[in-house]
Design a protein around this ligand. Structure first.
Ligand code: HEM
Length: 544
């Protein structure tokens, strides 16, 4: 061999630095991660075979040269990357924990503890409104960033986080703006038009009545509402999504698919910050056997729904099955959109509304006088005599209590990940360079003293008679705002208002003995949506 081991290692190390500076430092690489890992796994053995065949090295010598080459390359590449991220990166002057600047593993490690939104809150208390939470990521609580990042005219797009299901896609996970806007227009917005929503009222009301029936049967004994609200939202979303409920309200038990979907979301919480790992794992479906079982089960339900005649436009699936225009020329791709959007409806529409209902009920139990006030309002609007989902939206106090609960406890507390456009983003005095992930952490934004007076206090009147307590309304965004905002918002509000109105008209609501809501506040898990801890309440029938 003409080169010494030392010369080989030095050359490989130089190549590693060059690879970082001229290739890996630019653009996105997570989708190709499987090829890099494959190359790293096979390179030493192929190189060893070539070296022993053409350079006459012994097997041991060839393997040594190959491994030294690979490891020197990798070590230099990672060292170059770490030095760049820590000291030379355009975000180097943004404050944040040192470990966060060097690797997303730091975020992943923290997120695995399932309290990420509170960790981010602590970071903002320590570092201010702009915090570097990753090598290429800034978390922002400044209200003037809302329009720039999320508003209708924003040039920001969805970040690499949305590739966690790649190559599978759905409305929420589509990163291609034109494709996303088309899918939203041809299917989802029609499914949630004011007219379409009225067709879902009967389903919402009938599941709400089932819930009230189930709670009545508890006869004053404690009810874990976090669980029962989840039965309601899941049954409603399965009824609207697939045209048939999963009967959780009837059996009083979790359906296995809901449990798997929730467990799957938990695993994604820890790995979501590192999309390249998820892209690699997607090549090994046997690692997520249960998730695939749930996926195939939901796909069977959709096929069954396709063959079932349902009263005209009575469910959401009716609209997903007949988009205004196809998304592509391929029938296989159309089928993929249908399947993933139907799954999205279930995931997006259950845990979120469950959280909103549970936290609002927590506040009702904490301040019993609120229930009496709301009951009076409902009676004034004749909701007790002539129940109407539509007219519930005129009940301003009810809405203020829902809004104030969602302000203090947003069901998607982490916020959503966006990427700055090629020209970067100027937010006041702060310039964020191009292709940087930006996130507005909803929980922290909702409690910003810059936007709300007494930000940590539950004061529903800030949404009615005391508007001076809202200093910057842009900061209130539980459903997010702009092009990518929640398309199911009105359905969610209809569900939440209906259940609350029916409960308030039927029961007085109080904490169960030994309950004060601490568990809900302290032990609820954050995995992008919330995995709620128990909340035990007692419901006493209202005297006629
Ligand atoms: C209180 C309840 C709810 C809250 C707080 C909520 C919140 C959100 C948020 C913050 C987003 C943005 C996610 C992102 O950009 O990654 C979103 C998107 C979405 N939500 Fe909701 N949601 C709720 C209920 C629902 C319901 C009942 C549905 C019905 C299917 C639904 C369907 C969707 C869909 C399809 C998207 C994707 C929209 C898009 O990317 O264009 N959500 N939601």
């Amino acid at each position: 061999m003409e080169f010494t081991l030392y010369q080989t290692a030095s050359s490989a190390a130089c190549l590693g630095v060059i690879a970082h500076i001229f290739y890996f430092k630019h653009g996105e690489h997570h989708r190709q991660a499987i090829y890099y890992v494959g190359t790293a796994a096979f390179f030493p053995w192929i190189a060893s075979a070539l070296l022993s065949r053409y350079y006459g090295l012994s097997i041991l010598g060839a393997v040594t040269y190959s491994l030294v080459t690979e490891w020197s390359f990798a070590l230099a590449l990672y060292t170059s990357m770490l030095i760049y991220r820590a000291f030379l990166h355009p975000l180097r002057n943004y404050p944040g924990p040192f470990m966060a600047k060097t690797s997303k593993f730091w975020h992943s490690f923290k997120a695995a503890k399932m309290h990420w939104y509170r960790d981010v809150w602590d970071l903002h208390v320590q570092y201010g409104e702009f915090v570097r939470t990753g090598p290429n990521e800034v978390s922002i609580t400044d209200p003037q960033a809302v329009d720039l990042i999320h508003g209708p005219k924003t040039k920001c797009i969805k970040s690499a986080w949305y590739d966690m299901a790649y190559p599978d896609t759905s409305l929420q996970f589509s990163r291609d703006k034109a494709e996303h806007d088309k899918r939203r227009r041809v299917a989802w917005e029609r499914a949630f038009s004011a007219k379409a929503l009225r067709n879902y009222d009967d389903t919402v009301i009938s599941h709400a009545d089932q819930l009230i029936g189930a709670i009545t049967k508890f006869n004053g004994k404690p009810v874990n509402v976090a669980k029962w609200y989840n039965y309601f939202t899941a049954d409603t979303m399965f009824s609207l999504g697939f045209g048939t409920p999963v009967n959780m309200l009837e059996t009083g038990d979790d359906h296995w698919t809901i449990k798997i979907l929730q467990d799957g979301s938990k695993n994604l919480a820890a790995l979501g910050p590192i999309p390249w790992i998820l892209c690699i794992l997607s090549w090994f479906p046997f690692l997520a056997k249960e998730n695939f079982a749930a996926k195939y089960w939901t796909e069977d339900q959709i096929r069954a729904r396709k063959n079932r005649v349902v009263e005209k436009d009575k469910d959401l699936m009716a609209w997903l099955l007949k988009p205004l225009e196809p998304m592509s020329n391929s029938a296989k791709r159309e089928e993929q959109w249908l399947m993933s959007d139907a799954r999205l409806a279930i995931v997006a529409g259950t845990d979120t509304s469950t959280a909103a209902l549970s936290y609002t009920s927590y506040h009702l139990a904490k301040q019993p006088e609120l229930t009496a006030k709301l009951r009076k309002e409902l009676i004034e609007h004749h909701i007790d005599k002539d129940f109407s989902v539509l007219r519930l939206q005129d009940c301003k106090h009810l809405q203020s209590i829902i809004d104030e609960s969602m302000r203090l406890h947003p069901p998607v507390p982490d916020g959503v990940y966006r990427m700055t456009p090629p020209e970067g983003l100027q937010i006041g005095e702060h310039y964020i360079p191009p292709n940087v992930t930006v996130i507005m952490p909803t929980y922290t934004v909702h409690r910003s003293p810059k936007s709300f007076e007494q930000p940590n206090e539950f004061i529903p009147e800030r949404w009615t008679s005391r508007p001076e307590l809202v200093k910057d309304k842009r900061s209130f965004m539980p459903f997010n705002v702009g092009t990518y905002s929640c398309v199911g918002k009105q359905l969610a509000l209809n569900e939440i208002r209906t259940v609350l109105a029916k409960l308030i008209l039927s029961f007085d609501i109080a904490f169960a003995p030994g309950e004060d809501g601490t568990k809900l506040m302290e032990e609820t898990e954050d995995y992008f949506v919330l995995g709620l801890a128990d909340l035990n309440l007692v419901f006493t029938p209202v005297k006629a």
